[in-house]
Design a protein around this ligand. Structure first.
Ligand SMILES: [Zn+2]
Length: 244
């Protein structure tokens, strides 16, 4: 599996950057995980909108879905220009019907509800879900292919169920919206200590901190998380590639 970070920022994109978006590839299949603000502009450095095979959405906060509408426009216009493409499946939960309905657009994109209690097959990926603790319904996802696993927490405060859900994953892409001296629980987010403890207890091989705050010295997040977890820790960066 090859994971490319498209947008590492929480809440909104930093100048000339993107909020949540991750491209996961395996055996030529291209899955976009979340499609936040700025993602479409950044994504085109790597893959064209008409080349995506599927999209999956963790929840319907703007920093995770803002660019769904423009992705629809891009595929519509590229279709007019003669690019041949199938309807793009966009997997999302159905707890919010109004938001779910916006995933579908003409015959360009089609919203498909995932059942959080069931395993989902998307191309070569087996996807399982865990409901997170966040102000709106949101799902963490575990992607498995080729005998390896990547876990993406999406947005959440820390919850014990994360540990078994993420056990032994090669990569944990963990939201880290707060510094150690801040408590993210009421906002539904984790801090660097939560992320480090999580990685240690789940025994993952690598920790990527993402959904980053817009203030402070981000390297402190690494220092703080490393007090809990002694494995490889990185800050998510635009176009960073993690291959496992
Ligand atoms: Zn959110």
């Amino acid at each position: 599996m090859k994971l490319t970070i498209i947008g590492p920022w929480g809440g909104y994109p930093k100048v000339n950057a993107a909020s949540a978006g991750y491209l996961l590839e395996h055996e030529g299949f291209r899955l976009l995980i979340d499609c936040g603000s700025g993602v479409l502009a950044k994504l085109q450095n790597i893959v064209q909108p008409e080349q995506l095979d599927a999209v999956i959405i963790s929840h319907y906060h703007p920093d995770h879905i803002a660019d769904i509408g423009v992705l629809q426009h891009a595929r519509l216009i590229q279709g007019y220009l003669g690019k041949d493409m199938d309807t793009l499946p966009v997997y999302g939960h159905q707890s919010d019907q109004q938001e779910f309905s916006k995933l579908s657009y003409k015959n360009i994109m089609k919203g498909i509800a995932y059942e959080p209690n069931q395993e989902l097959r998307v191309g070569p990926f087996k996807v399982t879900f865990l409901k997170t603790d966040h102000p709106v319904p949101c799902y963490a996802m575990r992607f498995e292919a080729g005998g390896k696993a990547i876990v993406y927490t999406a947005d959440s405060s820390f919850k014990e169920e994360f540990i078994s859900f993420s056990q032994g994953a090669e990569v944990l892409v963990c939201e880290c919206n707060f510094y150690a001296n801040q408590n993210g629980k009421s906002a539904g987010h984790m801090n660097s200590t939560d992320a480090g403890r999580f990685a240690r207890e789940a025994d993952v091989k690598q920790l990527i901190l993402t959904h980053l705050p817009h203030y402070g010295n981000l390297t402190e997040l690494l220092d703080e998380a490393s007090k809990e977890y002694t494995g490889i820790i990185k800050l998510a960066e635009e176009f960073q590639v993690i291959t496992i």
